[in-house]
Design a protein around this ligand. Sequence first.
Ligand SMILES: Cc1cc2nc3c(=O)[nH]c(=O)nc-3n(C[C@H](O)[C@H](O)[C@H](O)COP(=O)(O)OP(=O)(O)OC[C@H]3O[C@@H](n4cnc5c(N)ncnc54)[C@H](O)[C@@H]3O)c2cc1C
Length: 538
Amino acid sequence: MIRLHNIKIPLDYSAKLLAGAAAKKLGCTQSQIAHCEISKKSVDARKKNDVCFVVSIDVTLRNPQDERRLAARLAPNAGAIVEPYAPPVVPRLKAAPAVRPVVVGFGPAGLFAALTLAESGACPIVLERGQDVDTRTRDVRAYWENGQSAFKTTSNVQFGEGGAGTFSDGKLNTGTKDPRGEHILRTFVRFGAPKEILVYAKPHIGTDNLRHVVKAMREEIIRLGGEVHFGARMTQIIQSNGAISALRYENALGEHELPTSRVILAIGHSARDTFTMLHESRFSLTQKPFSIGARIEHPQLIVNRAQYGDFAAHPALGAADYKLALHLPSGRSVYTFCMCPGGSVVASASEEESVVTNGMSCFARDLENANSALLVGVGPEDFGSAHPLAGMYLQREIERKAFSLGGCTGKAPAQLAGDLLAGRASTSFRSVTPSYKPGVVMGDLGKLLPDYIVTAMREALPLLGRKLRGFDHPDAVLTGPETRSSSPVRIPRGEDLMSVDCIGLYPCGEGAGYAGGITSAAVDGVRCAEAVLGSLSV
Ligand SMILES: Cc1cc2nc3c(=O)[nH]c(=O)nc-3n(C[C@H](O)[C@H](O)[C@H](O)COP(=O)(O)OP(=O)(O)OC[C@H]3O[C@@H](n4cnc5c(N)ncnc54)[C@H](O)[C@@H]3O)c2cc1C
């Protein structure tokens, strides 16, 4: 099969046009082509009067010998022969280990780690503090509808089956070049995700699909001999001679001890009590830079127009996205993060009396507003202390202040972009209706966020408005705080992916500081599972 790259095609292309474009690039006739299909697709909107798709096309010729001959004539970046996708080869154990490996946390990292272990015959045991996805969906909905009175520390947007990724936008693109990335996408498709995620350059699964997919993956892990325990919070790591010997966990029935020699610690960035336990148990934790800011909401139509010009309403184009970044003369970086086209701003707290924002969308991305985090980078110099958990304490302080400014009901403080720029409190929203549930209290984000954050946001907004027309529209609504964009700590590990403090412990995923997003966390889960399997088979 030949994969051709960088072929421009119109938005309303047909199968015939595709074959014609492939034949032209290859220098053959259409009748020589047995089959051709798009394998990657992105939108090229650099010229607003000529928005088109740029695609890679996989071509199979009727005569296989022609493939080598024609591919050899292509420039290196124009295309080449490719082998069909082959899943990674993971060692299969001859027999299930006498002491079963344990995976703590069932977000993308833990989910993929457990699946990899289960498929290799290692019969993992998963401990997840939150609830299964159906119970969790009910709990989260109740919180969004009713506010603080319905909030549960044990079942929320951060904790439960699928982890922080379940109620997400479900963007699956990643900056990592690890070949396991394709395996992650194909695994999602195997468990029910739409096939389009294999083709789009910026794949998006949507929270509605994710909920079914994570459940199907859990069922497969159990079918292969794994166990998944919900409502099971790991509370202690027990060591003997520097190696892990057991875990202590608690559930509705009480406290338990689980003997084990291999643990994948995939606890996410919000497991504050677990970070504290690790610190108190003398595990190494280091401070890590992260970002703080607020969610900014615009009408999706403004974004579509800014990105696609006259093509904004073209049916082949979905809701447009954006990604903006700049460095201020002060040295601060300001950027948009986790942009959710046609989505909503969601309440994402995991602790009592806190307000945390994030963004979510369904596969269709068809809601009225676009939202994105507008973030300012913060580092150890802003934490005010050398304590390893100082970044986490800063997050908590802001989230509690937000709860208080929101009237102690779960509502979030919000401000119009125009008022933030003018330095005055907002009293009501205008043309953009904030989507955050259980609601917002309009006011002054200067009372919520540290001065250096608000100053940087003020400086950045007009500059970002030059990059994306309408971004600094005075009616845009900023709802805050966004504090959980990444982990405030790192749990150091060696080249073998094992903790520097404890043999048999594998810090994994976003919480340990080795991933940022669903796909990279899942990739790290697979890597850690491979490391565990490698250590079990020797
Ligand atoms: C609303 C929202 C939208 C997002 N949108 C996107 C997006 O579009 N694209 C993207 O790439 N990323 C997105 N993210 C980020 C993404 O979800 C995370 O990067 C990813 O989930 C990290 O995976 P993880 O497995 O490392 O950790 P997590 O997903 O956080 O999972 C950790 C799990 O460990 C459990 N746990 C913690 N402590 C314990 C303990 N002591 N015992 C037992 N279990 C424990 C938690 O309950 C949790 O389920 C979003 C996040 C949120 C909250």
